[in-house]
Design a protein. Structure first.
Length: 591
């Protein structure tokens, strides 16, 4: 008997690439595959402000199926449940850029933010103007006063549809970003789950749920919400969820409370195996709830738009629409994910609005200043370039072997894909390094970092790719890899990861192992490399062990709260494995 629901696939590790190929076929000439795993429309007009969406695969049809007429211009696609790597984001950006800037619109997940931000930096060097608006509609993942910490879930569907319509007439990036931010601000969602989906490459469920329980506030990967409740009827569950959404509008100081006379677009989303029958049964109770409060339903969409493989679950979203958003919603659209004829206003034209009449967009500008290379101290003794290459290959073998341990650690706190991503990235490292003669340490570490960055996806791709890419920055002119190079590598990596991801010590992330390791390495510049690595690896292990006593405040584990106590962070385990393997290699080499 299979461990979980069987899936009709070839090699499960190729699923994301093959589904994109199939999606291009389904678009029948309207869209093209670009680069590694991106999708773009064929007919983007010159001078258009482009809209780029994206995220992990495994949630079909969202994001990469939201490209089309009056929808997104392109999508950057990641592996199953993993963010697209920065090179994929850059390729998608280049494909949709028509000289008037590109708006990034995607869900607020650490991995997506890291990878899109780095992709934006790379695209900015090509001269592309980038803005970013994050979708954070999950009211159960953080209270209103911490909305910036909320996840993006199924509310992305009406948000992208509205932004896609706005992009047809937007004159500037600021115009489009304002509308997208406005749609985000007026969208609230709650999801629930009755049973998990599974990761294709492992066949294992993304979370566990006691029989007879409903996970209330669950994320689209199976992340925990506000708690578990007893299995109940469709009517009772719908009223409970709708009240959570309604109260959130009341408690949010940035928006007006929902009131009589307001109009909303209703989305009822199946998370995978939940049937249309169940969604429609819930819809009648949604209408009753809103009618009792005098809230008008402007339009309704129901179906499996944002899924998590075969997860049994459902989510409810409301988007309050004023005259401007009603006109944008009513514009007809066509995409593989959602296609609508003219909406309730029966208009294909978008009215002009003064950008000062509405909430200003909170955007990010990709044109960041690059750090200047400084003159660094150098070691007199240490590993040669071939020896350093062999050390990295040993690290790769150790990480690949640890995949089950890393996957289980991540499954305990997240969605279970960390080990698979690390194994995929270090397999690419082996392919890039094995049998290759590098002239410098800088070239060696840059090659390893790029291999990880372009294959892993998710937060781990940026985080651990940065760990090695830092060597490409700090090792210029280094004759050997010694204690000085180790310290510069770890401290630059720490700086880059904290800047890109926003994590800090104590957040229960890989930083909790990397931070003490970097400090220890800096304190051991005068020590021989074996002694420095011995102390550095021990500090990493101590930090990893200490992470067990921390409550997660970053990443997908942040919603677990005190449930995250007693468990180590998977990224911290990976840092420890890397440094301990380097330590063991150096000791063997010295002996």
């Amino acid at each position: 008997m299979p461990e979980f629901n069987p899936k009709l696939l070839n090699d499960p590790l190729d699923a994301a690439d093959e589904l994109i190929d199939g999606l291009v076929d389904a678009y029948n000439g309207e869209c093209l595959k670009v680069g590694v795993r991106s999708l773009a429309k064929k007919d983007i007009p010159d001078g258009k402000v482009a809209l780029l969406v994206g995220g992990g695969a495994g949630h079909e049809p969202i994001y990469h199926a939201m490209v089309g007429k009056n929808m997104a211009d392109g999508a950057a696609c990641g592996d199953i449940f993993a963010a697209p790597a920065p090179n994929i984001v850059q390729e998608a950006t280049q494909a949709v850029d028509r000289g008037n800037g590109v708006l990034y619109l995607y869900g607020n997940y650490a991995g997506d933010v890291l990878n899109f931000n780095l992709g934006a930096e790379m695209s900015a060097t090509d001269g592309t103007d980038i803005r970013t608006v994050l979708i954070a509609d999950d009211v159960c993942s953080a209270p209103p006063e911490r909305k910036k910490d909320r996840r993006g879930i199924a509310g992305l569907v009406p948000i992208v549809k509205i932004a896609g319509a706005a992009s047809q007439s937007a004159k500037t990036l600021d115009d489009l970003a304002r509308v997208a931010e406005k749609a985000c601000l007026q969208t609230s969602s709650v999801g629930v789950a009755m049973a998990p989906g599974s990761i294709p490459s492992t066949g294992k469920p993304t979370f566990s749920l006691e029989e007879g329980k409903i996970g209330l506030g669950m994320g689209i990967h199976g992340e925990a919400g506000v708690g578990e409740i007893e299995m109940t009827t469709a009517d009772e569950l719908t009223l409970k969820v709708m009240d959570l959404i309604y109260q959130d509008y009341i408690n949010d100081d940035e928006v007006d409370a929902l009131k009589e006379g307001d109009s909303v677009v209703v989305l009822i989303n199946s998370l995978g195996s939940t049937t249309m029958m169940e969604c429609l049964v819930c819809m009648r109770k949604v209408r009753e709830f809103l009618e009792q409060k005098g809230i008008r339903i402007f339009d309704v969409i129901i179906g499996p738009y944002v899924t998590c493989q075969e997860m049994a679950g459902i989510s409810f979203s409301l988007t309050r629409v004023d005259q401007e958003l009603q006109e944008l919603w009513s514009m007809p659209c066509e995409s593989f994910c959602i296609s609508k004829m003219q909406g309730p206003l029966h208009t294909g034209a978008v009215a002009s609005h003064d950008s000062n009449d509405h909430v200003q967009a909170s955007t990010q500008n990709a044109k960041t200043e690059k750090k200047q290379t400084v003159e660094l101290s150098r070691s007199d003794t240490g590993l040669s370039v071939p020896q350093a290459r062999d050390m990295i290959l040993k690290v790769a073998d150790a990480v690949i072997e640890a995949e089950p341990v890393l996957s289980q650690a991540d499954r305990d706190l997240g969605d279970g894909d960390h080990g698979l991503g690390m194994a995929r990235g270090f397999t690419a490292v082996k392919e890039a390094l094995d049998g290759v003669d590098f002239d410098t340490h800088r070239d060696l570490f840059a090659s390893a970092g790029n291999a990880m960055l372009t294959t892993m996806g998710g937060a781990s791709g940026v985080v651990f790719g940065s760990l090695f890419l830092a060597g490409g920055t700090t090792m210029q002119g280094a004759d050997c890899f010694g204690s000085h190079e180790l310290a510069h590598l770890l401290n630059r990596a720490l700086e880059d990861v904290m800047e890109r991801g926003g994590a800090k010590p104590g957040d229960k992330t890989m930083i909790d192992a990397l931070h003490p390791a970097a400090l220890t390495a800096a304190e051991n510049l005068a020590s021989p490399l074996p002694e420095s690595l011995q102390a550095t690896a021990q500090s990493a292990r101590n930090g990893m062990e200490a992470s067990k006593d921390m409550i997660a405040t970053m990443g997908r584990a942040k919603t677990l709260g005190e449930k995250s106590l007693g468990l180590p962070d998977a990224g911290a385990i990976s840092v420890t494995i890397i440094l301990e393997t380097m330590r063991d290699f150096v000791h063997v080499t010295r002996d």
